[in-house]
Design a protein around this ligand. Sequence first.
Ligand code: ZN
Length: 178
Amino acid sequence: MISYDIGQSGQSLEFVDKVLSHFERHRQIRFWQREAGGLLFARLALPAIEICAITGPRRSDRRGRYSYWPDEKAEQREIDDMFALNLHFVGCWHTHPEDVASPSQIDIRNTTDCVKRSRHVLNGFIMVIVGRKDIPAGMCVSVCDKASVYELPLSRGTAPQRPATATPTYGTVRNDRR
Ligand SMILES: [Zn+2]
């Protein structure tokens, strides 16, 4: 399990091992591997938000090396099914073919749009982008609200840290990605 601090809230975001190994499996390590993605579901055990279920990719998603368009109908069914199991939809994940992932402009726009449209148990929406490096070094975990995207730091004691050079530059434009 690894854990991230959510700002000054005293809350933490935890990923169980099953979810981490799902990320691990879909890293775009080979040149032919396409972007993958899906939804994240949590059990609320405040102050911990425990991400314990994950979906995707699905046969019906449209996936390219630098793009990913989920099957939105399938997503809605997943949200309904998980809700019945008392698991809350808290965000989404997808992969990037870069060593240390950071959100593209399109990721930021799509996610802030999504927050505006959805009613949600949390104030923000979790966005995980999985890069090629090992987990968690290559992975970017953010919380998005209606206006901005904030990257979350690993909780103290969760090793290894992301490399210092990995600070994402949100200004990078990669129009071919979402
Ligand atoms: Zn992306």
